[in-house]
Design a binder for this molecule. Structure first.
Ligand code: PLP
Length: 397
């Protein structure tokens, strides 16, 4: 059987119509199929491969660490230098109340950990999340998800979760003294890149202070440089109580993190002891890859290039069929009139060697989240392919 046949027979699908693109290898911003056909990976699968595929610094760090040791008990007993060195680098970028790191395997696991942490620290159990929020697919994270279509088949979920309107000042009144935490995306990605007003974010911080509510920033998609800042919260001039990272954090390997104060995270050590544990979270090879990524972004001053790259996309992506172009650094969404039109454009782009995608709660929007290393020539090529595809689909409709 071919790999495509094995995929159809043996692998559990998540949609009735898989893309069926077979990936053989990757290099820079490109993915290749077994026949050597080349595709631009304009979504970094998804918002993960910040330095593209097989960046030599990442490969070297993985090789080096995997020759030393790949696994030892990871959670807070043994001193593992890939973890300590990575935590040191990340904490050097963060303010004084975010100086303690708990590593996880994934974004959803970071969300789950933060939900438990908020309950443990505040002694409260109610949560506020947002309409159209996405924090992961596990049951706690799903309880926070702000979209009934994706949740209803899996009820009952956690009680005590209220969903408020994103960027709506009036709704902040629903945060009260019984709220343990507010889970907030500083840019709401899966709605097609929605950016809140700075005054709203400041008011949210204020309301959390007044009600002794922990403010959790889910930067699983926006963190690690993607929006032109190391972390998107910097843009608003406020600081969350808990910061969640994953996706880009692992440089292509599975890694997440929950970052908070030492005072908060140390509550997992007693009553009960081992309040939260993991077999693999903070795996040494993943941490070594992550550190190499942070160091490379830093040494190459990549963050300072992101806003210029965003501006070039913004300048080029003009077309009467584009209803809106939402963007925060290299997290971008082209909004079309319908999901059907979008699907056709995505398909045509793939035929032309460009991988894009849609958004979970905005099926009419086309996702662009390329590796941060992308250069101007490649941006121009991506925009040409998208505009060409729009024209071709438009002429058929
Ligand atoms: N939070 C946000 C904002 C995300 O975008 C995602 C994944 O898309 C998650 C959480 C869940 O991360 P993971 O897929 O690693 O569980």
């Amino acid at each position: 059987m071919t790999n495509r046949q094995l995929f159809q027979h043996l692998l559990a699908p998540t949609s009735p119509s898989a893309l069926m693109l077979e990936i053989d290898r990757g290099e820079g911003i490109y993915l290749y199929d077994p026949n050597g056909n080349k595709y631009i990976d304009a979504i970094s699968g998804i918002a993960v491969s910040a330095l593209g595929h097989c960046h030599p610094n990442i490969v070297e760090a993985i090789n080096k660490q995997s020759k030393k040791f790949m696994h030892a008990m990871v959670y807070g007993e043994f001193v593992l230098s890939p973890q300590t060195q990575l935590a040191k680098f990340i904490c050097s970028l963060l303010p004084s109340n975010l100086q303690s790191v708990y590593f996880t395997n994934s974004g959803a696991e970071a969300t789950e950990t933060a939900m438990k942490l908020a309950k443990r620290v505040t002694g409260k159990s109610n949560f506020i999340a947002f309409k159209n929020a996405y924090h992961g697919s596990t049951q706690g994270a799903l309880s926070l998800m702000g979209n009934e279509y994706f949740k209803s088949a899996f009820r009952p979920l956690l009680p005590g979760v209220k969903h408020i309107e994103y960027n709506n000042l009036k709704d902040l009144s629903l945060i009260d003294d019984n709220t343990a935490a507010v889970f907030f995306e500083p840019i709401q990605a899966e709605t097609g890149v929605v950016i809140p007003d700075i005054n709203y974010v400041i008011a949210l911080r204020q309301k959390c202070n007044e009600t002794n509510t922990l403010l959790v920033f889910d930067e699983i998609q926006t963190g690690c440089g993607r929006t032109g800042f190391w972390f998107a919260f910097e843009k608003y001039g406020i600081v969350p109580d808990i910061l969640l990272l994953a996706k880009g954090l692992g440089a292509g390997l599975p890694l997440g993190a929950v970052i908070s104060s030492k005072e908060n995270l140390w509550t997992f050590t007693e009553n009960p002891v081992l309040g939260h544990i993991t077999t693999f979270g903070g795996n040494p090879v993943c941490c070594a890859a992550s550190l190499a990524m942070f160091e490379t972004i830093d040494q190459e001053s990549l963050i300072s290039t992101i806003l210029k790259k965003e501006a070039l996309f913004s300048k080029l992506l003009k077309h009467p069929k584009i209803n809106a172009f939402n963007h925060a650094g290299l997290l971008m969404a082209i909004h079309f009139e319908t999901a059907e039109f979008n699907q056709k454009v995505i398909q045509r782009c793939i035929e032309k060697g460009l991988i894009t995608d849609w958004f979970l709660f905005a099926p009419n929007a086309l996702r662009i989240a390329p590796p941060l290393i992308i250069n101007d020539k490649e941006i121009i090529l991506i925009c040409d392919i998208i505009l060409e595809s729009i024209n071709e689909i438009d002429s058929f409709v």
